[in-house]
Design a protein around this ligand. Structure first.
Ligand code: 4AD
Ligand code: MG
Length: 482
């Protein structure tokens, strides 16, 4: 007999059908009721084992964590809590699990701290919470591909090993095959001509520059790949290895760019609402329980599901950096000196400022545009007609409640002369990016794009508050286990 997935059994199998299900035992109560899960859904199937009909030896092996194959008939359930259950006629134990050992793991069905679960990242997939999170993570990835495919974008694979520092922030992981104990020297310095690529290379911090090259021929493209940043920030929103989605569109300006980003973020939320109802319900209830133990001012006014619905139904607030500074300076929060960092035109917004705008002032996602050129990347397009001393660029950041910066993007500098000036000002040698500059020599056009932090989006749609809990095996400073 062929195995039926538990999701399919619960959704479409009929009472009276003979079925084979396989999975991992979540619990075995009263030597009679097996709760079985196979990962296809958060819901378990209840399987009823009449112990009179089976050897005690086999029943002893049905323990939490063990894997079994159960054959039986689907019947209406006698108990409450489930509509149907499997009346078992045959049991095969596939893999045993020693109860004393299981006791020490996250499989033990009781409440565990997320920190403890992280230490057992290899087993946390077996829990309801992480099952839900990783099913939804898949759903977000699929929704993104579908969104772009449906709109005629091409998925471009940009290199993971690269010689460029796209963001100019210098937070890169070096890639080398040189023997670190015996580095080749030349003229008193390390001789990288002997290295694998004959020069210094690093893991990519962004696929944007290469995506721009593709967009300037294919029109609309996006990347979706791992990116690496050696920033030593041990926060709940930073990973050293994270995934980023970077669309890039020829002929788009900053307004088209905002429209595209807003449409994409709404689409993802709607897709998860429509396709992951059970997981979302579980995570929503889980969050509600957690909220109850928090002080009132830290509780979210909306449930997880309501927050997703809100994002879909409401326009994002759009404002310039200059307007945002005004709002902050006119706030009571500022007047009562409650911000730790000062607010003034020309310095970057700190996360406390972003959170104030999003969570207290506007209570919705906010898109901030036209930041000062001084602290944004070299490739962002210089705005015209700026006040003297207040040069801005056509940048945009999208800030989300509970997350902070979800998206960063811009219209790109398509004018060769200005781009060269910017690179000089940022001390980026033209030889390093000669290929990037060439696109501005041959049929340059206005274009724009942005980067969505994939894990930050998964945090938003699952309600998880630490980024380490939305990627299977997080990479953070001093941590690369598994
Ligand atoms: O704002 P960032 O640095 O922008 C870029 O890399 C551009 N090249 C994107 C583009 O225009 N194509 O990063 C984009 C997003 C951030 O808004 C944030 O959501 C996420 O990537 N991000 C991180 N996520 C997790 N851990 C980190 N260390 C992150 N750094 C950035
Ligand atoms: Mg950014």
């Amino acid at each position: 007999m062929k195995r039926t997935k538990i999701a399919d059994v619960l959704q479409s199998s009929k009472v009276g059908e003979q079925l084979l299900v396989k999975g991992w035992v979540r619990a075995f109560r009263s030597n009679r009721f097996v709760q079985l899960n196979d990962g296809s859904t958060i819901n378990n199937i209840q399987a009823v084992v009449d112990f009179e009909n089976f050897d005690e030896a086999i029943l002893k092996k049905i323990t939490t964590g063990a894997s079994v194959a159960l054959t039986g008939t689907l019947v209406e359930s006698q108990g409450s809590g489930q509509a149907v259950e499997l009346q078992v006629s045959h049991i095969e134990v596939l893999g045993e699990a020693n109860p004393d050992d299981v006791q020490k793991t996250v499989m033990q069905p009781k409440k565990h701290s997320l920190e403890f679960l992280r230490e057992q990242a290899h087993l946390r997939f077996r829990t309801n919470t992480f099952g839900a999170v990783f099913r939804i993570r898949h759903g977000v990835a699929y929704a993104i591909h579908k969104f772009f495919n449906d709109r005629g974008f091409y998925y471009i694979h940009t290199p993971i090993i690269t010689g460029s520092d796209a963001e100019g922030a210098g937070e890169m992981f070096r890639v080398t095959t040189l023997d670190l104990d015996k580095l080749p020297q030349k003229d008193g310095a390390i001789d990288f001509s002997e290295d694998f690529f004959g020069k210094t290379v690093n893991l990519t911090v962004s696929g944007q520059l290469e995506a721009e090259l593709a967009a300037l021929a294919l029109g609309q493209v996006y990347t979706f790949g791992p990116t690496f940043r050696a920033e030593n920030s041990n926060t709940s929103r930073h990973l050293a290895e994270f995934w980023m989605i970077e669309p890039e569109v020829a002929f788009n300006d900053i307004h088209d760019n905002m429209d595209l980003a807003e449409a994409m973020l709404k689409y993802i939320c709607q897709y998860i609402i429509d396709n992951f109802a059970d997981d979302l319900k579980f995570l929503s209830e889980r969050e509600a329980q957690e909220q109850a133990s928090k002080p009132a001012n830290e509780r979210s006014e909306m449930t997880l599901l309501e927050r997703l619905q809100f994002v879909v139904a409401n326009d994002f607030k759009r404002m310039t950096y200059t307007e945002a500074i005004d709002v902050l300076m006119n706030s009571n929060h500022y007047k009562k000196k409650k911000f730790q960092y000062d607010v003034n035109w020309g310095t970057d917004l700190q996360s406390e400022h972003e959170r104030y705008l999003v969570e207290k002032e506007f209570k919705r996602p906010v898109i901030i545009t036209d930041y000062p050129a001084s602290f944004k990347a070299f490739y962002m397009r210089q705005n015209e007609n700026c006040e003297p001393g207040k040069q801005t660029v056509a940048a945009m950041d999208i800030l989300f409640p509970g997350i902070g910066e979800m998206v960063g993007g811009s219209q790109r500098e398509e004018r060769l002369d200005i781009l060269k000036e910017k690179m000089a000002a940022f001390h980026i040698p033209e030889e390093e990016l000669w290929w990037y500059l060439e696109t501005r020599k041959f049929g340059t056009v206005p274009h724009a794009g942005f980067g969505l932090g994939f894990e930050r989006m998964v945090m938003f749609v699952t309600g998880m508050s630490n980024i380490r809990d939305v990627i299977p095996f997080p990479r953070t400073p001093k941590n690369a286990e598994f």
